[in-house]
Design a protein around this ligand. Structure first.
Ligand code: NFK
Ligand code: ZN
Ligand code: ZN
Length: 208
C-alpha cells in the first residue's frame, strides 16, 4: 500500500481558476437534516480548473469530445522529466533526453510556485515540439502548468499542433519533488459525453 503518489490538485474553494472563469464550489444541496437520510452534494466548476485533460473540442469545434477519447492514453507507462527555469520548452530543451519507448511524457517545470494563485506567465510548449514528440512515439504530454500555450495566447498553436500530431494534453499536475524517471500513470477522464475536457485524479507509481 501507499505506492501510488497523488499528483493532483485538491479541489476546494482555494483552487486557482483561469481569470474570469467559474470559481470552484462544493455545497451540500440537500442536507441529511432535510432529506432525513443523506447529504447530497453539488459541485460547480470549470473543466479547466485543477488537474484536467483537454479534449480536442476545447480548441476545435469539430474535435473529439471526452467520451471519444481512448482511455489507453491515460493509463500506462510514463516518463517524468525535470526542466526547471525555462522560458519555453522545445526541441533544444529536450535534446539530451532519450525518448525511446516514451508514450506518456510528464514535464516537471516547477514554474507554478503558488498554486493558490493563477500564474502571470508560464513556460510554454513550442509548437514545433509536437512533430518531434510524435516522431518519438509520444501520445500524451502532461505538465505542472495550466496550459501548454502562453496564457494570453488566442491561437493556441501548441494545443493545435499537439492535437494534429495525435498528442493529448494533461494539465495542472502537481509534480513537486517527483524525481525524473519511469512511472506508471493513471489519470482517467470522467465519461462526460459532450465535454471539452475533464477533471482527473492523476496518480503515479514508480516503475521497478
Ligand atoms: N486553453 C486553455 C484554457 C483557456 O484558454 C481558458 C480556460 C478557461 C477560461 C478561459 C480560457 N481562455 C480564455 O482566453 C487550456 O486549457 O490550456
Ligand atoms: Zn485545459
Ligand atoms: Zn489546455
Amino acid at each position: 500500500m501507499g505506492t501510488w503518489i497523488d499528483i493532483s490538485q485538491r479541489l476546494d474553494d482555494k483552487v486557482a481558476v483561469w481569470p474570469g472563469d467559474t470559481p470552484f464550489s462544493y455545497k451540500v444541496n440537500w442536507s441529511k437534516e432535510e432529506s432525513g437520510s443523506v447529504n447530497v452534494g453539488q459541485i460547480n466548476m470549470s473543466i479547466h480548473t485543477g488537474t484536467h485533460i483537454d479534449a480536442p473540442f476545447h480548441f476545435d469545434d469539430d474535435g473529439k469530445r471526452v467520451i471519444d477519447l481512448d482511455l489507453d492514453l491515460y493509463m500506462g507507462n510514463a516518463r517524468v522529466i525535470h526542466l526547471p527555469n525555462k522560458t519555453s520548452i522545445g526541441v533544444d530543451e529536450l535534446a539530451n533526453i532519450d525518448l525511446q519507448d516514451v508514450t506518456r511524457l510528464l514535464i516537471r517545470t516547477d514554474a507554478w510556485k503558488d498554486r493558490s494563485v493563477f500564474p502571470q506567465t508560464i513556460p510554454h510548449i513550442q509548437p514545433e515540439l509536437a512533430a518531434y514528440l510524435s516522431e518519438h512515439g509520444v501520445r500524451l504530454i502532461g505538465l505542472d502548468l495550466p496550459s501548454v500555450d502562453p496564457l494570453d495566447s488566442k491561437e493556441l498553436s501548441a494545443h493545435h499542433e499537439l492535437a494534429d500530431h495525435g498528442i493529448h494534453i494533461l494539465e495542472g499536475l502537481v509534480l513537486d519533488g517527483i524525481e525524473p524517471g519511469n512511472y506508471e500513470l493513471a489519470a482517467l477522464p470522467l465519461p462526460l459525453v459532450e465535454a471539452d475536457g475533464s477533471p482527473v485524479r492523476a496518480v503515479l507509481k514508480k516503475s521497478p
